[in-house]
Design a protein around this ligand. Structure first.
Ligand SMILES: O=P(O)(O)OC[C@H]1O[C@H](OP(=O)(O)OP(=O)(O)O)[C@H](O)[C@@H]1O
Length: 186
């Protein structure tokens, strides 16, 4: 398998290059289980945010969960929000939006309980994710926060993949190219 050598937050990792379609391959950035990387990326992302400029961090499950937790822990935040990709019985009257990402076949849905939505109402929210690629997940999170009555004041990720690296409305630690089947950069 081809790999891509990524340096981010002062650490080097070899990302396996995985097929999305015959024409599009991506470097798989998986923070799960990598405590050293999670701690370093969380610190570097917090360095890009003004501490007083937002009330809550917000993400969608799953791979960004350790990252958002570590960002909250390092910044002393007592609360953060995670949109779920399925409805849970303990979610009172959940609100939901459609979500489509580069790595998932078909459409997902993002859910938020009305208890969480009530806490978000009127608050300044920073959206965070491990990777922003097509921007589909970010857009879905933004819609969910708006539906809850919150205001998105910043968008931050570890990596901006492909064309996302040209976006001016997001903050990120490093760009991640997309690849051809032979492992060369597109
Ligand atoms: O900008 P996009 O095209 O939306 O792609 C980025 C999203 O895709 C990946 O999540 P994935 O859908 O694989 O979900 P997971 O974290 O639950 O595995 C990644 O963690 C981002 O959330």
């Amino acid at each position: 398998m081809h790999t891509y050598s990524l340096k981010v937050a002062g650490l080097q990792r070899e990302l396996p290059i995985c097929k999305v379609t015959d024409d599009l391959h991506i470097g798989a950035f998986i923070c799960f289980g990598d405590a050293e990387l999670t701690v370093a990326c969380a610190k570097a992302m917090l360095d890009l945010l003004e501490p007083d400029s937002y009330d809550y961090l917000f993400t969608a499950e799953a791979k960004s969960i350790p990252l958002i937790h570590e960002m909250a822990r390092q910044s002393g935040a007592k609360k953060y929000f995670i949109a779920r990709k399925g409805q849970k019985v303990y979610m009172p009257n959940p609100i939901h939006v459609e979500d489509k990402s580069i790595t998932t076949v078909g459409t997902q849905r993002l859910f938020l309980g009305s208890d969480d939505a009530a806490l978000i109402r009127g608050k300044r929210i920073v959206l965070m994710d491990d990777v922003i690629s097509t921007g589909g997940s970010l857009l879905a999170m933004e819609h969910l926060v708006e539906l809850a009555g919150g205001t998105v004041v910043d968008r931050i990720a570890v990596l901006a993949e492909g064309a996302a690296a040209q976006r001016k409305d997001i903050k990120f630690l490093a760009p991640l190219p997309v690849f051809n089947a032979d492992g060369t950069i597109k």
